[in-house]
Ligand binder design. Structure first.
Ligand code: GRF
Length: 203
């Protein structure tokens, strides 16, 4: 019986959350291993991080497939080949094909840089989120970890951490402070989910 959870991380961007997950696995804090990194952007720095860490990488381009189901089954094949138990989305800007969401229901998590259900949904990513928070005059923002379902930023919330929004915050300063929170929160939540899945497996 494997005592480590096999994780796939999907990242379209700089992959700083991916790095915090890799580091937490390697330090033994998360009882898991990142076995696969998937991106939809060939120049994503997350792919470089994966290469440096000796982790298998895969570029997944939905448009290379005729329809969502074909794309999804291709992706499921790659996830199965790597024996992936759980998926963490970390700055992945595409919806996963529904067949993948269905196959990994309650085993796909996402991180969002605001306090959902506010400031989420299609098109709400990157600086747009932080700009919207500031423009709305919010006094608090933060990070949310939630299960992924078929709708953007919609699945059940697992955990949130709040930080204050300061009067002189810019989208950039707020983004930087939220990201610091993300780097602590995401590994912590993945650790507890991994422990839960491994425990259930043993029963
Ligand atoms: C993070 O802010 C995350 O909440 C959002 O995308 C960003 C990814 O940053 N989903 P990074 O690529 O992990 O640095």
């Amino acid at each position: 019986m494997a005592d480590k959870l096999r994780l796939a991380v999907f990242a379209s961007g700089s992959g700083s959350n991916l790095q915090s997950i890799i580091d937490s696995c390697r330090s033994g804090s998360i009882p898991g291993e990142v076995v696969l990194v998937i991106s939809n952007k060939k120049d994503a720095y997350g792919l470089v991080r994966a290469e440096k860490a000796g982790i298998d990488r895969h570029l997944f381009l939905r448009k290379s497939f005729s329809d969502s189901d074909t794309a999804g089954h291709h992706l499921l094949g790659i996830l199965n080949e790597h024996g992936v138990d759980m998926i963490a989305l970390a700055g992945y800007l595409r919806k996963l094909p529904p067949v993948v969401i269905k196959a990994y229901r309650h085993r796909i998590v996402n991180i969002h840089p605001a306090l959902l259900p506010k400031f989420g949904g299609k098109g709400m990513y990157g600086m747009r989120v932080h700009r919207a928070v500031i423009e709305a005059g919010e006094k608090e923002s933060g990070a949310t970890i939630h299960y992924t379902d078929e709708i953007y930023d919609h699945g059940q919330i697992i955990e949130q951490e709040k930080i204050p929004v300061y009067p002189d915050d810019t989208p950039e300063t707020l983004a930087a402070r939220v990201l610091e929170v993300e780097h602590q929160l995401y590994p912590r939540v993945i650790k507890s989910l991994a422990e839960k899945i491994l425990k259930e497996r043993k029963q």
